[in-house]
Design a binder for this molecule. Sequence first.
Ligand code: PMP
Length: 354
Amino acid sequence: MSSFLHTKYQALEAYTPGEQPRDKQYIKLNTNESPYPPSQAVLTALGEEDIRDLRLYSDPEGKALKLALARLYGMGADQVFLSNGSDDILNFAFMAFGQDGAVFPDLTYSFYPVFADLHGVPYSTVPLHEDFTVDVPGLSGTGKLTVLANPNAPTGIALPLSEVEKIIASNPDHVVVIDEAYVDFGADSAAALVDRYPNLLVVMTYSKSRSMAGARLGFALGQPELIADLEKLKFSTNPYNVNRLTLKLGIAAVASDDYFRANAQRIMATRETTTNALRQMGFSIPDSQANFLFITHPQVDGAKLYQACKDKGVLIRHFSTPALAPYNRVTIGSEEEMAAFLSVVEEILAEEGV
Ligand code: PMP
């Protein structure tokens, strides 16, 4: 740290993204990326002309992509906000709507407390139930910005839409953010509720089901006033927040909705077989509606399993916080990748004498 950093940031603890090691080829099951490539339409969307046009700024309003997404979700273009990955939207949400503080579950996306600290938003957390489900009354009527990942991360558990709606309806004077990064893997989207609740902001991403994590594209759906608030912050920080290539790829991806939905189905089927196989080996796993599993084994230390997998060429995600230390989060990869992962785990269990 230099002596120049503003005192308000000196104690800030930044978010730690999942590792992206380059030392060797790993089976990468640690950052919830899709094992499948983007759609054919996306693969062929860019030509030399697009690279030439990089001399020009992108459309700061992203009109064409907004229209495409608006049509897909059955709303107006003024109900869509575009961003450089959905983390950007979460950042803006804490910046814009955190005046009275923020509330989120104690076990959830570990970026939320970082955004809160970044913007000086005081926050409190609501413990999950023992089975890792969300405490709906605890998150209701908070009188604060309320943030819920649905499905939740790293548990993968989804809350039914009727329960999500209770949280939204109970907090009419404050924004409720539903972070739907993983919604396409089996949960119900709160997008259907946007027209009824002016305090609802639904946040989605192209990074998971749409196989475009590297393109950095996120979007939010909400009523026009709420979207205008986000636009105000965007135009006060980085008006060209989505680059030309990504805008174009994003439109191509919307046109191939069926392709990514089929991939999501395939990932859900692989999730089913992987869950069953791991449970047979003695792992406890909540039923996941996401593209990852939250696994623990009574006889194998979480950090040890992570390291042994890494040594054998499979990367999974381990969190070192004490509450999460017995667990690992495992992204659902292709059928072949999961078969390789399962045999690595079998080997490790044998080595541990389990
Ligand atoms: N929300 C949740 C719950 C996530 O796990 C992630 C991925 N780390 C994000 C949002 C952000 O994803 P992106 O910025 O790639 O859209």
